[in-house]
Design a protein around this ligand. Structure first.
Ligand SMILES: [Zn+2]
Length: 498
């Protein structure tokens, strides 16, 4: 049924309870494709990275990429899954122009990894998201619809297909249904994908770039009246391509489904498309059932049977999980949970860690990255990591301030110059002569000059108006082009006048 008005989110939450679920596709960062030796570099000339196997030409035979199996096991272990000792690939039969074989080699009832979990911190409480399965398949090619206004097939004059992506190893991570998050459901969905992305990045199995499509997300949402004994019918919102959109898609589906249920209607099990511009979803196609795909074991491939010792080796070599690392760094740096969340949200965690490793104090590293540098990144509309300054350079600036060679104002000038490509902090300080004037003789001379130039200010200070010292400090700072240590200048003035 079509509805015109959505139910406001807060109102929907008074009457209904959402259940969410997420299916995430991750393109693995292997050098070659899943079943052939074609290179996987992103952005190459269309159809330049193809061969008879990934083009599905008759007579060609697939061979499994060992690294893709290893990466998938690594993901499964990091998600606390059981790893199958024996499993098979399956053929998923359907026609689609960007899939040249007319079937996709995937996994069906024998996935490589099953039954795990990932903990997600949502507003101070831990939500354990169950992982149903992690399986391996091949990606499809990419269609480009030319001539239409929307880039969709409707209204297009013709379509082009690029098969470079066809056959790139793709891991699908499917959660179990997640009940009980209530009004936090949209946020919980976003935080789950965020945590998963950070985990995958730490495992070095994918570059996890949502904007390039190497991490793609389908969001399942269902709604049932509060206290109902059964969950509602779920919809699947496809290819939501940013973290923010994950949250918006769940929220929008809750508002829409609440309106359907309020009107006495029935939610239809279907796929839906999320629209970035309006933040709403529209109906796609009614959802296929598994039998529509006529799955059967892939006859061209032998089963996969990873030896127990190999799995144990992969497990032993797993890196520290992001959540564990965050907790460790928080304790080491003495930060509050809120400070740590701010660092993580700003994408500054690794930068601060590297700056601390380069010798800065955690407080200084945090101050520069979340303050001055976050402001620069914001002005440039760029990520912090895209700024033309390295953690080592930031650590050096902090060190120069700590040593008294720079004050904060000079330090900001040094940072400006480094960002402008004028070299390392030390080169900038030297080339622009930016060091704090620490020569007592030169400072004393400047102080004497300022005192001589303002007899009326001196009279006020001697008359007990100590705060008037600020005027003289300002004069000295101006005379030294801001390169004096203001605290030291103040001391010298008071000494002179005592
Ligand atoms: Zn190929």
């Amino acid at each position: 049924m079509t509805i015109d008005t959505l139910v406001p989110f807060a109102e929907a939450m008074e009457r209904y309870e959402p259940v969410i679920g997420l299916e995430t596709h991750v393109e693995l960062g292997t050098r070659t494709k899943m079943f052939c030796g074609c290179i996987t570099t992103f952005g190459a000339e269309p159809n330049s990275q193809v061969c008879p196997v990934c083009l599905g030409l008759p007579g060609s035979l697939p061979v499994v990429n060992r690294t893709a199996i290893e990466y998938t096991i690594r993901i499964g272990l990091a998600l606390n899954c059981e790893i199958a000792s024996w499993c098979r690939f399956a053929r998923k039969n359907y026609f689609y122009p960007d899939m040249p074989k007319n079937f996709q080699i995937s996994q069906y009832d024998e996935p490589l990894c099953t039954n795990g979990w990932l903990d997600v911190e949502v507003d101070g409480r831990t939500v354990r998201v169950g992982i149903e399965r992690v399986h391996l398949e091949e990606d499809t090619g990419k269609s480009l619809h030319v001539g239409g206004a929307t880039g969709r097939i409707h209204g297009a004059e013709y379509s082009l297909v690029d098969y470079n992506r066809a056959g790139i190893p793709l891991v699908e991570i499917v959660t179990k249904p997640v009940p009980g998050t209530g009004a936090d459901a949209p946020v919980a969905a976003r935080l789950y994908v965020t945590e998963l992305r950070d985990l995958l990045r730490s495992l070095r199995v994918s570059d996890v770039r949502m904007e390039e499509g190497s991490l793609r997300c389908d969001v399942n949402t269902s709604l049932a009246p509060r206290g109902a004994s059964q969950w509602g019918t779920r919809t699947e919102t496809k290819n939501v391509n940013s973290l923010r959109s994950v949250e918006r898609a769940v929220r929008s589906e809750i508002e829409r489904q609440a309106a359907v249920l309020d009107a006495g209607g029935r939610v239809i099990q279907e796929t839906r498309h999320f629209h970035e511009d309006t933040g709403t979803t529209t109906s796609g196609r009614s959802k296929e059932e598994a039998q529509d795909y006529r799955y059967f074991p892939e006859p061209d491939l032998v089963p996969v049977a990873p030896p127990i010792e190999w799995v144990a080796q992969i497990k032993a070599a797993l890196p520290e999980a992001p959540a564990v690392r965050r907790a460790r760094l928080r304790a080491e740096w003495g930060l509050s949970e809120t400070d740590m969340t701010a660092l993580a949200n700003a994408g500054a965690l690794d930068l601060v860690a590297e700056t601390v490793a380069a010798g800065a104090s955690p407080a200084d590293a945090r101050k520069w990255w979340l303050g001055e540098l976050a402001r620069r990144a914001n002005e440039a509309g760029a990520e912090l990591t895209a700024l033309a300054i390295t953690p080592v350079q930031v650590a050096r600036v902090a060190e120069l301030v700590e040593a008294g060679s720079l004050n904060d104002k000079l330090a900001r000038q040094v940072i400006d110059a480094v960002l402008a490509g004028e070299g390392d902090p030390d080169e900038v300080v030297e080339a622009r002569n930016l060091a704090v004037v620490s020569d007592e003789g030169a400072l004393t001379a400047a102080v004497d000059e300022a005192i001589a130039a303002s007899p009326e200010v001196v009279a006020r200070i001697r008359g007990g108006k100590i705060q008037a010292v600020g005027v003289l400090v300002g004069a000295v700072m101006k005379a030294t082009r801001g390169q004096a240590d203001a605290a030291r200048v103040r001391e010298l003035i008071l000494q002179r006048l005592s």
